[in-house]
Design a protein around this ligand. Structure first.
Ligand SMILES: C[S@@+](CC[C@H](N)C(=O)[O-])C[C@H]1O[C@@H](n2cnc3c(N)ncnc32)[C@H](O)[C@@H]1O
Length: 237
């Protein structure tokens, strides 16, 4: 069932999950109000480290919503974008933007990702790894559909309501790294991630970037030393 809340953050419920509407019904007002910048931060992090051809890379945008991450990726030269989301309404908005070659409905946590093993050069999931949305248990699925040597970019929030989830996510990410499945290229902490939905101030968040086994992670990590983290520190002043 779909229900639009009347509060300024326009919550939308579907299949028992909480998502945010930022589409033509609530034209950019919500994300503007919250200063939602996760898509931009994730795309910038990925583009800074990615070593292949942006024009040839095939990208899966998981929980794509209305396509904000696709806009940011297109602006940075990425051309082959596939999206999936659990909400048909979100997918309809994404479709209208004409940024994706493929869009599919998939409720993560209930269904496997509709892609074969090792299919994508890049998999990203932005603004959806949090309590009540995409379960942290989906992480191995993200890895499964990524090519050896491919990239997985994830974001999560560090507000009080998401601490348990965030710890669980981190545990899963670390576990896969310990198993040698991938290597962490960046963990970009951002103090002013977005405005707190209730009250004053900002919540913090993080962009993680992993290189799947089979690539050349050392060279990629070099792209982040000093420069990008310093940039984020400056933003938080
Ligand atoms: C805050 S929005 C982020 C959308 C987009 N990635 C962005 O950054 O603009 C969260 C998205 O996750 C989707 N979502 C939440 N839980 C989901 C689930 N279990 N399976 C699939 N999609 C889900 C929602 O429909 C919504 O589009």
């Amino acid at each position: 069932s779909l229900r639009f809340g009347g509060n300024p953050h326009s919550q939308v419920w579907f299949s028992g999950h909480l998502g945010w509407v930022h589409d033509s019904l609530f034209p950019l007002q919500d994300v503007g109000v919250l200063e939602y910048q996760a898509p931009q931060l994730a795309a910038a992090c990925l583009a800074a480290a990615f070593q292949g051809s942006c024009e040839e890379a095939v990208v899966l945008d998981v929980a794509c919503g209305t396509g904000l991450a696709a806009q940011e990726l297109q602006a940075r030269g990425f051309r082959h974008l596939h999206g999936l989301d659990g909400s048909p309404e979100m997918l309809a908005c994404a479709h209208r933007k004409g940024l994706y070659q493929e869009l599919r409905q998939c409720v993560l946590g209930q269904e496997a990702l509709p892609a074969p093993e090792g299919h994508y050069d890049i998999v990203l999931i932005v603004g959806a790894l949090s309590e009540g949305q995409v379960p942290a248990g989906v992480v191995p699925e993200l890895l499964r559909v990524t090519k050896p040597g491919g990239w997985v970019c994830l974001t999560t929030r560090r507000d009080a309501g998401n601490l348990r989830y965030e710890a669980e996510l981190r545990r899963r990410l670390d576990e896969l790294e310990q198993q040698g499945a991938w290597e962490k290229v960046a963990a970009q902490e951002v103090g002013r991630w977005e405005k707190a939905a209730q009250g004053l101030g900002y919540i913090s968040g993080v962009v993680y970037l992993y290189r799947v086994e089979g690539g050349a992670p050392d060279a990629a990590r070099g792209a982040f030393e000093g420069q990008d983290l310093a940039l984020e520190d400056a933003k938080q002043q």
